[in-house]
Design a protein around this ligand. Structure first.
Ligand SMILES: Nc1ncnc2c1ncn2[C@@H]1O[C@H](COP(=O)(O)OP(=O)(O)OP(=O)(O)O)[C@@H](O)[C@H]1O
Ligand SMILES: [Mg+2]
Length: 285
């Protein structure tokens, strides 16, 4: 499998009130094309910072980042199904990010929100809507095309965000706790939908979550990070345990799930305690 994202010695340091805060310290990592890569780690260990650097929303302090373009596994799997409406490779955006908080435009319909990224790339209105259409269906929003965000539930709004990110057809998808604010039942439904869309498109996904359950259900591999400064503690191979396509309920009720959960929590526990100690220390200062 080809490498899609290569990080070498990636380091990020913030200055806070004249003091250096090292968020990421020397991350070396290869992520494969078409991989669903989950990141877990204690609060404040640099997960969001890592995604923001990859999205070019934040500069890195040092180290190297390479994203290899044109290794879209989905387009290879689906042959020419990506269609001419999608534009040429050169137009393909490098990344799309899905955030925890709702980041859709309140004044735009579901359809316009989903098609938004394509507008910025110069697609005509009919071309934008043609690309958006199947994604509206894939995330179960058929019939809500003309609805405005205030008419949608929290889960439906996150569906719009996810459809927009996939419709944008980026080289990599960056997802920062997209389901964290949702209730447990909605979360399970959306995890299943995300898995299905990902199976169809095979985008390279970097997915940050606090939920060990969610990471196991979704990931090919799970990166466990240390407390700040964020480093790689371990990487677990989930795809060796659970085949694709996956069924969320079947995975969660299996014996291997419990064993993996225990291993990950075993790695995370002391890091979470360390992060809490750091936070208490910060509050005293
Ligand atoms: N713009 C900034 N200026 C200064 N410090 C920052 C900035 N952004 C992040 N940090 C610091 O960098 C560290 C990592 O933050 P980050 O948001 O990446 O953590 P996280 O792993 O995403 O945490 P959480 O799980 O709570 O979302 C934290 O100590 C945070 O305070
Ligand atoms: Mg974060």
């Amino acid at each position: 499998m080809a490498v899609k994202i290569r990080l070498r010695g990636l380091t990020k340091q913030f200055e806070v009130k004249g003091r250096a805060v090292i968020a990421l310290a020397g991350i070396d990592l290869d992520i494969e094309a078409g991989e669903f890569f989950c990141i877990v780690g204690p609060s404040g260990c640099g997960k969001t910072t890592l995604l923001r650097i990859l999205a070019d929303l934040e500069p890195r302090t040092s180290g190297e980042i390479q994203v290899f373009r044109g290794l879209d596994v989905g387009s290879e799997l689906n042959g020419s199904s990506s269609g001419s409406a999608r534009g040429s490779r050169a137009e393909q955006p490098l990344n799309s990010m899905v955030f925890q908080e709702q980041s859709i435009f309140p004044w735009m319909s579901v359809r316009d929100n989903i098609a938004f990224g394509l507008k910025a790339r110069g697609f005509s209105k009919p071309a934008r809507y043609a690309v958006a259409e199947p994604f509206i269906h894939k995330v179960g929003l058929a019939g809500f095309e003309d609805a405005l965000p205030y008419q949608l539930s929290g889960g439906m709004k996150q569906r719009v965000s996810i459809a927009r990110a996939f419709a944008n057809d980026p080289e990599i998808l960056l997802m920062d706790e997209p389901f964290a604010a949702l209730d447990e039942q909605t979360k399970i439904v959306l995890q299943s939908e995300l898995l299905r869309i990902w199976e169809e498109t095979r985008k390279t996904v970097l997915y940050v979550t606090h939920s060990i359950d969610e990471a196991i259900v979704l990931a090919d591999r799970i990166l466990v990070m240390t407390a700040r400064p964020g480093r790689i503690k371990d990487i677990l191979d989930v795809k060796a345990v659970f085949d694709r396509p996956r069924n969320v309920e079947v995975v969660k009720s299996s014996a291997q799930f419990g064993a993996l959960f225990g291993r990950i929590w075993g790695l995370l526990r002391e890091e979470v305690e360390m992060a809490q100690a750091q936070e208490a220390q910060g509050q005293r200062n």
